[in-house]
Ligand binder design. Structure first.
Ligand code: 9L3
Ligand code: MG
Length: 150
């Protein structure tokens, strides 16, 4: 009996570790161009509408983080970007979902929102003034050094 109890516990522990390892990723792009950061204003859902975020979205099964950054920026903004290194920490969105930002270079296009209320190119001084989504706000200390000082 003791052995079966131990086995059951081991199964529960390994299921939990698999859940943590499988945490899904939402990527975000920190596109800096001419000393400004590209941000966009959400249109939905209601509690996020009007608030600002880095462009991005969920990584699809089998897709790399970098490919997801490029795809999301093409879909949401009609621009071509090249992602590079991660910026800041993984920020928990929910128990099974994290937000992961990557620095990215603008290769071509003019940002044109397809799914958002607005886009803006902001300066370091603007960072503190926007009404950010909470997860994106956690990235501000890591975003600040990407922009020229004021
Ligand atoms: N999210 C938060 N900050 C961001 C992005 C791109 C996304 N910079 C959150 C909002 C949603 C979830 O991640 O709850 C999925 O993002 P999307 O597919 O709605 O863009
Ligand atoms: Mg999105």
């Amino acid at each position: 009996l003791a052995l079966r109890v131990l086995e059951a516990r081991a199964t529960a522990v390994s299921r939990r570790s698999r859940e943590l390892l499988d945490a899904r990723v939402v990527v975000a792009a920190a596109v800096v161009h001419d000393g400004r950061l590209l941000v966009q204003q959400r249109a939905y859902p209601a509690d996020a509408a009007g608030r600002w975020e880095l462009p991005g979205g969920r990584v699809e099964p089998g897709e790399s983080d970098h490919d997801a950054v490029t795809r999301e920026c093409a879909e949401e903004l009609a621009v071509t970007v090249e992602p590079t290194t991660q910026v800041g920490p993984d920020v928990p969105l929910r128990a099974d979902l994290v937000l992961r930002a990557y620095a990215a270079r603008l290769l071509s296009g003019t940002p044109t929102p397809t799914d958002h209320q607005a886009t803006r190119w902001i300066t370091a001084a603007d960072l503190a003034t926007l009404d950010w989504l909470p997860a994106d706000r956690a990235l501000l200390p890591a975003l600040h050094p990407l922009l020229p000082g004021v």
